[in-house]
Design a protein around this ligand. Structure first.
Ligand code: FE2
Length: 312
């Protein structure tokens, strides 16, 4: 399917030029599966694909919020698993960086910070272990993905609709999230980038981050996170789920590859090397084990505004 470019106020307001604009999947039928940040973690990505199969969720019903490659030992193989799975992928800042051959990962790390310094090492490794075809595939990814389920309008993005590397956290002010939802004409935003799963109900809008599968959530456990959207007689249900995978093997191969020990250690400790990007609330929560959430969405929040573009 080709992405659709539609001129309008929303696109003109974006802080970055969307490489291929947003992609409209039209009306989808649950169950769906959402995840972010594979981060070159082949073991976690393979486990996620198996989990989707076990749940009876086809690859075409899975949506990734981007950053397919980053810290881990298997960038090329991780791209291969996702392409084989046939899931929908939003282009994250890492896909923008590698498809444009940029020296900057575009993560938004402060210059000279630990994350910024370490990024030079994993970017060099990734660049040397990613072929031209994988980079060309990254250049085809849409900046955002729209779809609807039961009349509810969803908008999958990387950081935020307005900015690919905007860090939006649980503690980020509700007014910021509401403004992003309104500008994107979305009832539910599915976002990634910040690395932590959370779900905020703000009036009739929802900001949902399913988490990332490639690194733990800084909660002191090696688990990573994804989410599912299902439907029953009560309507739609959004649930987060921890992903257990062979993190020891992934860690061993990161070390053998000479990747930064700071990220290899995180796979087993479940703790980030630093909290540079985190607001105070998320920093205080470091080491506190997360619990899964399950929330019900009304079947129809409001009439769909994007039905004319369904099926593109
Ligand atoms: Fe990112």
């Amino acid at each position: 399917m080709r992405p659709i470019l539609r001129p309008g106020r929303w696109i003109l307001q974006r802080l970055r030029p969307p490489p291929l604009g947003w992609h409209d999947l039209g009306a989808l039928t649950p169950p769906l599966l959402f995840f972010g940040g594979p981060y070159s973690n082949l073991h976690a990505t393979t486990a996620l694909a198996k989990h989707a199969s076990t749940l009876g969720i086809a690859g075409s019903s899975c949506i990734c919020t981007g950053d397919v490659v980053a810290y881990g030992a298997h960038p090329q193989e991780t791209v291969g698993v996702l392409r084989e799975l046939g899931c929908h992928v939003v282009g994250g800042n890492c896909e923008e960086a590698f498809s444009s051959r940029s020296a900057d990962c575009g993560c938004g790390f402060a210059e000279g910070s630990r994350c910024d310094i370490l990024s030079a090492r994993w970017m060099d490794y990734t660049r040397r272990n990613l072929d031209d075809d994988a980079c060309a595939w990254m250049s085809t990814l849409p900046s955002d993905i729209r779809f609807s389920v039961g009349g509810v309008n969803f908008f999958a993005t990387h950081g935020a609709p307005s900015q690919v590397n905007r860090f939006v956290f649980d503690s980020t002010d509700a007014s910021v999230k509401l403004r992003e939802c309104a500008n994107a004409e979305a009832d539910v935003i599915i976002a990634g980038h910040c690395g932590l799963p959370f779900t905020n109900e703000i009036g009739t809008s929802i900001w949902h981050n399913p988490g990332v599968i490639g690194l733990p959530a800084n909660d002191g456990t090696p688990r990573t996170w994804f989410s599912t959207l299902s439907e029953d007689e009560d309507g739609l249900r959004l649930e987060t789920t921890p992903l257990d995978y062979d993190h020891t093997a992934a860690q061993t191969q990161m070390r053998q590859a000479g990747l930064p020990e700071e990220y290899a250690a995180t796979l087993s400790t479940g703790l980030w090397d630093n909290c540079e990007i985190l607001p105070a609330a998320e920093t205080r929560a470091q080491g506190t084990a997360l619990t899964a959430i399950s929330i019900a969405l009304p079947a129809r929040r409001r009439p769909s505004k994007i039905s004319p573009f369904a099926g593109a």
